[in-house]
Each structure stands twice: as C-alpha cells, then as structure tokens.
Design a protein around this ligand. Structure first.
Ligand SMILES: Cc1ncc(COP(=O)(O)O)c(C=O)c1O
Length: 359
C-alpha cells in the first residue's frame, strides 16, 4: 500500500508485505543486531531534500566512488523511543537530537535537516514500527538517523548530494555488568578545533585500533584523555563521564569542542541540579582521579549515553594498575539518576521538563 502525507516534504509510504516481528525473541535482543520492518530515506539533490520515502528495510546501492566512503563526510545520531507502562509510545528529547545532528552537519559542510522533515520522518517511521518498541523492563527502540555524502566523485571537495536515512533497532540493556574503562595517553580521540564535539562518523573510526587493544586487555571501553596536556579526562567511547568525589558530582565541560554534548549528560545535570546535588562542570586530571580513589573519596563514577543510559564504571585501568570502584549497590548518584530517568521514560514520574514527546 502506498500513502502520501501531503506536507512540505511529502513522504511516500510503502508498507512491508509481511512483518518479521514474530521471528524475534524480545527477551534476548543483542544490541544493534535486530532491525524493524521499515526505514526512511531522502535525497539531497539540486539544493533541496526530496524523494522522501518510508519503505521496507533494504540495502542501499552505492556507486564505488560515493564520496562518504572515501572522504568521510558522514554524520549520525542515536536516540530512543520508549513505551510507557500504560502502553503509549514516546520519543525522548528528539528536538535535542535534531539540534545536534544539524550542528554535526554544519561542521562537516553538509546540508541541515529541516525540523519538519526530521520530525515527520521520525514520527511516521516510529508510528509504523511502534509494535517493535519493547515493553520489557529495560527495553527501548534505538533510532539511528544519519546523513552521508553521495557524490560519485574522486577528489577532495564538499559533496553536492547527500542521503538522509533513519532505521530502528529494538534493544535491551547495553551493559549487563559495571563497565571496565581504560585510560592511556598515546592515542587521542579529539583535539580543540577538530570534530570531537560533533557526531562525525570518522571520530569513531579513529578509535577502533586503541579500543581493540583495550579489549584484548579485558576492558570494555576507552576513557579518553586530552591531546594538549595528556592529563585531562575527556569522555568514554560512546558516553560522557561523571565522577563523585566526596559529595560533589563532577562532569567534564564541553566548551573546548572536544567532547560530545550528550543529551543524557544534559538531562542528568538538570536532574542533579534541580534535586539539590552539588554539581561541578570542570576538568578532572588523571592524578586527581587516582588520588581520590587512593584516599577513598571516589564514591561513584559512571558513563551517560543514549545506548547505555547510566552505566556504572566498575574498574578504571591506567598503565598496569586497575582501580576498582565501590560496589554498584552503594552508589547513591548513579542509582538515583538511573531510576529517575527510567521513571520518566516509563511515565511513572511527571515529565516536568517536557522531554517526552508522544508519537
Ligand atoms: C562520543 C560520545 N560521547 C557521548 C555520548 C552520549 O551522548 P547522548 O547522551 O546524547 O547519547 C555519545 C553517544 O551518542 C557518544 O558517541
């Protein structure tokens, strides 16, 4: 069946003949490996977004000279839809993801996505695939919007044509255990003036080799250190980092442009500040972190991100030492944040911030 929504960016909708939802075991979802029935696709041609379509999920055919594959003009987002306990499908802060996507597009010389196009595409796609939003305790629908350069051209110049795509994955909990992170000073993720502050695909490509080494040593993720002083914490692979030293909750400032402005980070900061926690946005050095651990003042450390929400850090590795953090059940801040965000997303706590958007 083909339907057209008549707006500035009309979307042709072709529904899948058969849903494959009944073949999926929602109790054993592996993150990022299961995909819903449909996807959204649009093209940027002659200076405007066109060919907007929702269709059955399928491979994208590309010319071998597609410029994103060679020169990395590609950006993406990660966001989630949840089902409240009374069964309403809701998006969490989609306006914040759109703002960040457009910030990424501007930095990478790519066209911005108009709000109407983004919201129509997102709502139409998630509405169509809403049965895929797990209503399990930890389940949600992970949504991946992305934009990439499509000129068939060999040579360094900004592309004139682009594709904007959205697909979705039903997901469960990201980390089953506290995260083991590793700090080192040799490989650097982001520098001032670079692209660390936006979600450019290449930022992640450059982290794979150090990450592979850290995984061989038994760690889950890198805790990146800055490339100017080689001493200041930046962020974890796909999460911002928070530490609690004494009674102060500290997270790293994003003003240098080297750290992604996490939407979960911002949500946690607002919740903490509005509920009387002592909060600081400031740099933390490796020495301060290790000193706080040695003197028993490092009470909590956790990562925040869309995929993992609030993930307690179990161990911080540095050189040949492992610094083990207090048991998860003793963590006041991360446990409180996790519960607050969960209650909000499940509709069990009033949405005083207007973060949840009904589909
Ligand atoms: C590098 C990096 N830092 C932090 C985050 C957390 O951002 P958010 O809370 O918006 O998911 C992400 C995930 O998007 C990320 O990729």
């Amino acid at each position: 069946m083909t339907l057209t929504i008549n707006r500035t960016y009309p979307i042709d909708i072709t529904k899948a003949a058969v849903s494959h939802i009944s073949s999926v075991n929602f109790d054993e979802l592996q993150f990022g490996k299961v995909f819903t029935d449909h996807m959204f696709e649009a093209d940027y041609l002659d200076g405007k977004w066109t060919n907007c379509a929702i269709k059955p999920l399928a491979k994208i055919e590309l010319h071998p000279a597609t410029s994103a594959l060679h020169y990395g003009q590609a950006v993406f987002e990660g966001m989630k839809a949840f089902k409240t306990t009374d069964g309403r499908p809701m998006l969490f802060r989609p306006d914040a993801n759109l703002a960040r996507l457009n910030e990424s597009c501007v930095r990478m010389a790519m066209p911005e996505i108009p709000e109407e196009l983004f919201m129509d595409a997102l709502h139409s796609l998630v509405r169509l695939d809403q049965d895929w939003i797990p209503d399990t305790e930890d389940g949600s629908l992970y949504i991946r919007p992305f934009v990439f350069a499509t000129d068939d051209f060999v040579g360094i110049k900004p592309s004139d044509t682009f594709k904007f795509v959205i697909f979705c994955c039903p997901v469960a909990r990201y980390y089953a255990k506290p995260v083991r992170v590793y700090m080192q000073q040799e490989f650097i993720r982001a520098f001032p003036g670079g692209t660390g502050g936006v979600k450019a695909a290449g930022n992640y490509g450059a982290t794979m080799m150090p990450l592979m080494h850290a995984r061989k040593m038994g760690f889950d993720q890198m805790l990146w250190i800055d490339g100017v002083t080689h001493n200041r914490l930046q962020e974890i692979g796909t999460m911002n980092v928070f530490v609690q030293i004494d009674d102060t909750v500290i997270t790293i400032p994003t003003t240098e442009g080297t750290i992604l402005k996490g939407i979960t980070r911002d949500s946690c900061l607002q919740l903490l500040r509005d509920n009387g926690f002592k909060v600081e946005e400031r740099d933390v050095t490796i020495e301060e972190l290790i000193d706080a651990h040695r003197s028993g003042r490092l009470h909590d450390a956790f990562g925040t991100g869309t995929a993992a929400t609030v993930a307690p850090i179990g161990v911080i590795g540095y050189k040949d030492q492992e610094y083990t953090l207090p048991p998860v059940e003793d963590r006041k801040v991360s446990n409180w944040l996790k519960k607050e965000l969960w209650s909000l997303r499940k509709g069990l706590r009033p949405d005083t911030y207007g973060w949840m958007q009904e589909i």
